[in-house]
Design a protein around this ligand. Structure first.
Ligand code: SHN
Ligand code: NAI
Length: 197
């Protein structure tokens, strides 16, 4: 079976500056996805034209800025991540070349082969977050699986996380004994139902 070799990480987007090139449906979808996860995300969108829904986002989120112009190399200054989402494949390639020269990580929305990273489909329940990738095979399946997991995971799991966090803060002893204690308390989460108490 083919394996998914992507390595998931969770970015703190309020500490990074993201450049989105393109203000159409995809620029909007990507900006929205970032802001839904991190309302304080710092995002600059550069495009010739913006969808009204993108302009609307600037009224609700403090750190998204729209700049109406054609992308140029200088737009990369101070940026940590780039998403190239214009409707022009050659132009997206040009953005990719410039980002590579500047050592900025880039996602090229219409060319998975050029992407340093993909956006995932995200399940969120309070503090819990699960990111799904299909290795670029079917974003729609990722979206559907997100809906299944969102329903299946009980809201009460967030209470479990908060309680475990309190216990974790109170535990004394060395690292190994803390791990042992936390594994023993949470054993019930993985024990087959027939063995449960
Ligand atoms: C490789 C990747 C790069 C990246 O964008 O990061 C990529 C690439 C492409 N997407 C395309 C199409 C669609 N993408 C979506 C939706 C999402 N796409 C997302 C991620 C990714 N999309 C990365 C792989 C993730 C993985 O590993 O699974 C999600 C998960 C995250 C997000 O965008 O925030 C988000 C779901 C959000 C949610 O949970 O709701 C839909 C469905 C819809 O919008 O309803 C469609 C139309 C239906 C279809 O094609 O399935 C096309 C073809 C464009 C064309 O045909 O012109 C390409 C380019 C290509 O494949 O060549
Ligand atoms: N990765 C993904 O999830 C998906 C990717 N796509 C791909 O994304 C691409 C973009 O699709 P849409 O957003 O629907 O297109 P769109 O036509 O709605 O928007 C294109 C945007 O690019 C801007 N643009 C064009 N040239 C520019 C330049 N020189 N400098 C700055 N901005 C420029 C336009 O002003 C516009 O805002 C498509 O090629 C499609 O194949 C489509 C669906 C999903």
């Amino acid at each position: 079976m083919e394996e998914n070799q992507l390595f998931p990480v969770f970015f703190k987007l309020h500490r990074l500056h993201v450049l989105v090139v393109g203000g159409g449906n995809v620029g909007l979808e990507k900006a929205n996805a970032m802001l839904e996860n991190c309302p304080g995300a710092t995002i600059t969108v550069v495009a010739l034209q913006f969808l009204p829904a993108l302009e609307e986002l600037t009224h609700h989120y403090p750190n998204i800025t729209l700049i109406q112009k054609s992308f140029s190399c200088g737009d990369l200054l101070g940026k940590d991540l780039v998403i190239a989402a214009t409707n022009n494949r050659e132009f997206n390639y040009n953005v990719w070349e410039k980002a590579k020269c500047s050592k900025v990580l880039i996602n090229v929305a219409d060319t998975p082969d050029l992407c340093d990273f993909y956006l995932g489909s995200v399940v969120q329940k309070g503090n819990l977050k699960i990111a799904i990738s299909t290795n670029g095979k079917s974003p729609t399946v990722a979206k559907r699986l997100k809906q299944v997991l969102q329903e299946a995971i009980p809201d009460t799991l967030d209470e479990v996380l908060n309680k475990l966090s309190l216990i974790r803060d109170k535990l004394k002893g060395d690292f190994a004994s803390k791990v042992k204690k936390l594994n023993s308390i949470t054993d019930i989460l993985v024990r087959p139902e027939s063995e449960g108490v």
